[in-house]
Ligand binder design. Sequence first.
Ligand code: GTP
Ligand code: MG
Length: 436
Amino acid sequence: MSRFPLVSTTPKEERAVLVGVERNDDTWPSERSLDELCRLAETAGAREVARITQRLDRPHPRTLIGSGKVEELCRLVRQLEADVVIFDDDLTPSQQSNLERTVGEPVKIIDRTALILDIFGLHAMTREGRLQVQLAQLQYLLPRLRGMWSHLAKEQTRGGIGSRFGQGESQLEVDRRLIRNRIASLRRELRALEKRRSVQSKRRVASPAFRVALAGYTNAGKSSLLNRLTGSSVLAQDKLFATLDPTTRAFKLPGGRMITITDTVGFIQKLPHGLVEAFKSTLSEVCDADLILSVVDASDDDYQRHINAVDHVLREIDAHDIPLVIVFNKVDLLPPDELALLQMRYREACFVSAATGFGIDGLCEQIACTATASDVALDVLLPYREGALRTMLHDQGTVMVETFEADGYHIIARAPQRIAAQLTSFGVRSAQEDGA
Ligand SMILES: Nc1nc2c(ncn2[C@@H]2O[C@H](COP(=O)(O)OP(=O)(O)OP(=O)(O)O)[C@@H](O)[C@H]2O)c(=O)[nH]1
Ligand SMILES: [Mg+2]
C-alpha cells in the first residue's frame, strides 16, 4: 500500500436542508418552488438531504418560520449532519443572524437570493459579468455585515456554496465604509464599461442588421436554440444559469437576409432585484432588440409561470414594448396530444425542438416575416464607388431588380427603414412616396 494515500481534491458536496413557506395568497405551491431551489442548490454544488415547509399567514419577524419549526429544523440539521440551510424566501439580515445563532455553528443559513448570487459568481466569465455579480453580492452583504462576520471568518478556508462572497478580500478587516467605497468604485467601473458598450452598440446601429434577442427562463434552451440556428457551439448545459454573458451571432434568414441573434442570461422567479439592477447593461442587449424570442420549456409543468416571470423581468427592464414571439422549445419531450393542445392555446407561438430540429424552418420564416414587415420599397441609383452600401442592401434587404447603368447600380428593393435612412444622401427615392 502506498505510504501516501490519495486525497480527493474535489470540494465536498454540501448537505442542504431546504425550507419553504406556503402562504394563503401564494399562486406558486411551495413544493414546486422548492424543487427549483433544489436544482439551484445542485448547480451550486449542494445536495438536498431534507426539506421542511410551513404554512404561514404572516412571516415570523425574528426567524421567518415559527419557533416550533425552528426546533424541528435544528433537530433535522443535527440528525442529518447538514452543512447548510437554504430558505426559499428572502431572509432579513436579523432573521438570518437569529437563525444562525439558534441553529448553531458551523451550519450556514442562506436564502434563495444568496444562492443565486453564488451561482452567478461561479458562472461569470467576462470582466463586466464579474463586476456586476460582485456589485450585487456586496449590496447583499452590506446590511448583513455583522451577522456574517463569524461566518466569513470561517469560510476563508472552506469551499462550497454560500462561501464566495467577497473572496479575495481580507474580510475580517473590511468594514462597512470600505464596502461602500468598493460599491462606489464598482459602479464607476461598470459605468465606464457601459459607456464603451453603448459606443459599440451605436456602431452596431450604423450596421443596421435586424437584431433578435433570445430571452427566457433559465434552462429553457436559449443557448441550444442559438446553436441550432447558427451552427455555433455556445455552452448549453442542464444547469441553471449556464449562460451569464451575452453572445451575438450573425445568421442568414431564408431569402438571404443577414440578421443577428443574441443569447442572454436566463430569468427566474424571485430574481433578486439587485441582480436585475446590476445586470442592466447586459440586459440592454434585450432592450436593443428588434424582436424578442421568448423561449419557453414546453416540457416543464410550470411553463405558464415561467412565461409570467419572463414578462415581469421584461417590464422591469422596459423591454415590454418590443415585438415578441413565444417559442415553445423541447416539444420532442411532449406527447402529441399535449403538443396539439398547446398549439391550440397559443396560436401565435412557434413550436420547436432545438434538440431534433423540429419546427426550426417555421421559426426562421416567422423571424423573416417580422424582419421584413416594416420594410420600405426603394428605387435607387448607387454610384459604383458605393460597393459597400450595395452589399449592405443585398445583405439586409430584398433586391428585386438590379441593373448596371452608366452612372451606377440601379436597384429596386425592399429594405428596413434604417437602411433607407442611410441612403437618403445618395438621392434615394422611396418608391412608397411615389405610391408604389
Ligand atoms: N429534449 C430536449 N432538450 C433540450 C432542448 N433544448 C435544450 N435542451 C436541453 O436543455 C438544457 C438547457 O439548455 P440550454 O440551451 O443550456 O438552456 P438555456 O436557456 O441557455 O439555459 P441558461 O443559460 O442556463 O439560462 C440542456 O441540457 C439542453 O441539452 C430540446 O429541444 N429538447
Ligand atoms: Mg444558456
